[in-house]
Ligand binder design. Structure first.
Ligand SMILES: *Cc1c(COP(=O)(O)O)cnc(C)c1O
Length: 485
């Protein structure tokens, strides 16, 4: 494809993309295919000679679309939203064209400098404490990671390095392997699976602590665990608090956790992957109180802030803890400006060496939407969730599970787990709407999450109608009665 052909093909593709997004409603939200569906549709080897663009273009509808789960469909209510906006897509075109690998300041100065600046913008929009800003006097800073999972891993590894170093200073001659067995980390039983995974990768012991009746990890629980572990000769070094858990959107009490971490000199990391975006609205900002005690804080603009995957924003109180944990300095990556400390060399801040120019999409989105419009979208989604909650509450066959704080409604039929499992299965086989279940304390429930910018009040009403139709079918075909009857 040369430049002329590129201009033709990309115009055609952009038209396809706009039509796809505007008309996704006409498709079935979930694909109706079985594993292996694609193999018979494609040859078993790549072509020797170039094929025609037109032939490839035709295959998008024929080969790809039948197996696509349409995440931007107005009736997609599963998981959490994943950002998608024209502003972000346009930025990614530019990022693809510049095609730099911005591992150091010198490898593409704009790539690093824009990232520093837009993360300061974002920190100010969330009213994060000044210590996290690059312009503050201290060593605070921020970086775009690919995902929240990577942010947690980087936080755990940085904390681990910091504590191992200290332990070995205090105990000269102690082997890393021995020192490692002393460290213990904490999370809650409601934290995301990626947190436990970070502990597994880092080879550190961890305890998943119990939560209160609002599914929040509380200070007292943490204090007790720390006491027990210290009595065993262990060194508590890391706590991951969650703001907005994936199952039910519960919020750990980071004010309580933070004070204890401060007292005990423990690294507190905060995972606000989904809910973090809502903190740009002043009415939700109080949920972030306590962040002033955190060593690191992370959320995903690629979930609820109109930025396409991947863009996970991470702030660190003392960026030396992260850059020094991962520094290896071969000659071919050195440059003359690296030790001035004015701009970071982001290669020291994450696991891979290479990095995309991801700040462009954040910059485009923040400028072309503006904070007010982004707030409006968040409030609109929450309003839609509240409307759905009202429909469920008015129906005696259902109960709300937990609280509706943002745009997620957890609910279930008043009955056994089995009948609720049947309900989710039948809803997704029906294919008109898509949602996923979860389970807490052995109670199985359904999650209804407002995901698409194109979801309207009518879509929410329709979803409720689809659900009740399916419930009626289940009740007719089985002898079960619900607790409400
Ligand atoms: C979605 C989510 C994650 C995982 O996010 P990735 O960016 O895909 O790693 C982690 N924690 C919470 C609370 C989440 O909601």
């Amino acid at each position: 494809m040369d430049s002329e052909e590129f201009q033709v093909a990309s115009k055609q593709m952009i038209k396809f993309v706009a039509d796809y997004l505007e008309n996704s409603r006409e498709r079935r939200v979930l694909p109706d295919v079985k594993p292996g569906f694609m193999r018979p549709l494609l040859p078993d080897h790549a072509p020797e000679d170039p094929e025609k663009w037109e032939d490839l273009f035709k295959d998008i509808e024929k080969v790809i679309m039948p197996g696509v789960t349409h995440w931007q469909h107005p009736k997609f209510f599963a998981y959490f939203p994943t950002g998608c906006s024209y502003s972000s897509i346009v930025a990614d075109i530019l990022s693809d064209a510049i095609a730099c690998i911005g591992f150091s300041w010198a490898s593409c100065p704009s790539c690093t400098e824009l990232e520093v600046i837009v993360l300061d913008w974002l920190a100010k929009a969330l009213k994060l404490p000044d210590c996290f800003l690059s312009t503050s006097d201290g060593p605070g800073g921020a970086v775009i990671q690919g995902t929240a999972s990577e942010a947690t891993l980087v936080a755990v590894l940085s904390a681990r390095t910091k504590f191992l170093r200290k332990l070995k200073e205090e105990n000269p001659g102690m082997e890393d392997g021995i020192a490692l067995t002393k460290l213990v980390a904490y999370n809650s039983i409601q934290s995301h699976s990626s947190v436990e995974r970070a502990f597994l990768i880092a080879l550190v012991k961890h305890r998943s602590l119990n939560v209160d009746d609002k599914r929040a990890l509380r200070g007292e629980t943490l204090r007790k665990a720390i006491k027990e572990d210290k009595a065993k000769g262990l060194i508590p070094f890391f706590v991951c608090g969650t703001l907005g858990t994936t199952s039910t959107l519960s919020f750990d009490n980071i004010e309580e956790l933070g004070l204890i971490c401060k007292e005990e000199n423990i690294w507190m990391h905060i995972d606000a992957a989904f809910a973090g975006s809502a903190f740009i609205c002043p009415e939700y900002r109080p949920l972030l109180n306590g962040v002033e005690h955190a060593e690191s804080f992370n959320f995903n603009p690629h979930k609820w802030l109109q930025v396409n995957f991947d863009c996970s924003a991470m702030w660190i109180r003392d960026s030396r803890n992260i850059s020094q944990a991962f520094t290896v300095d071969p000659v071919y990556l050195k440059h003359e400006n690296e030790n001035e400390g004015i701009m970071p060399d982001y290669r020291h801040w994450h696991v891979p060496l290479g990095r995309r120019f991801r700040s462009l999409k954040l910059w485009f989105v923040l400028r072309l939407f503006g904070i007010k419009k982004l707030q409006e979208i968040i409030r609109r989604d929450i309003k839609l969730a509240v409307e759905f909650k009202k429909l469920i509450e008015a129906d005696a066959r259902f109960e709300i599970f937990g609280e509706v704080i943002m745009s997620l409604v957890c609910f279930r039929l008043k009955g056994s787990n089995e009948i609720n499992e049947q309900l989710v299965k039948d809803i997704n086989n029906d294919g008109r709407i898509h949602l996923v279940p979860s389970k807490c304390d052995d109670t199985f429930f359904l999650r209804f999450s407002i995901c698409s910018n194109r979801t309207t009040y009518e879509d929410v009403q329709h979803a409720y109608k689809v659900i009740t139709e399916i419930v009626e079918k289940i009740l007719k075909n089985s002898r079960v009665t619900l607790d409400s009857k």
